[in-house]
Design a protein around this ligand. Sequence first.
Ligand code: FMN
Length: 172
Amino acid sequence: MNELLNTMKTRKSSRAFLDKEVPFELIEQIVEAGTYAPTGRNLQSPIIVAVTNKEVRDHLSKMNAAIMGSENDPFYGAPVVLIVLADKDVRTYIYDGSCVMENLMLAAHSLGLGSCWIHRAKEEFESEEGKALLKEWGIEGNYEGIGHVVLGYNEVEPASKPRKDNYVYYVK
Ligand SMILES: Cc1cc2nc3c(=O)[nH]c(=O)nc-3n(C[C@H](O)[C@H](O)[C@H](O)COP(=O)(O)O)c2cc1C
């Protein structure tokens, strides 16, 4: 099997991370891979915010947990949070942002890092608190949160899940 197919087939969501810093060079490579995702009409509607600042990471975790009415860390202890937002004025923004999300997770896996899509970015950045954060980061525009990719070194190797029957239909 070629390297890319193997990366796709072995990527799994990680939900237990080591308290270990991720080198910035790896984060740069991962976000760069995110920017190469396809987008409708090449309008490149998404943006990626890479959060490595612990205070901000913890703040986002609390906001995300509050949306669920939980007090647990929804980022599972991951030290890095990549937030994907996309410009709502572009018709394909949700699809564009989702392609970026997958590129980020595959790139992370190919570099030996664990990752997981964490949802509720929409609610997070629709809140006044979320809007204030975007402003503080110098981000202006009609953005909607698509998701977070949390990143780190796996504490536990995640299990692979079987594929459902009848996933694929061939019409020959
Ligand atoms: C749109 C979307 C939202 C998700 N949200 C969460 C989430 O909030 N928390 C979480 O732990 N996993 C989340 N996941 C990860 C899925 O639970 C995971 O991909 C699924 O169980 C399949 O496992 P695998 O990624 O290991 O193949 C999300 C995945 C997607 C695609």
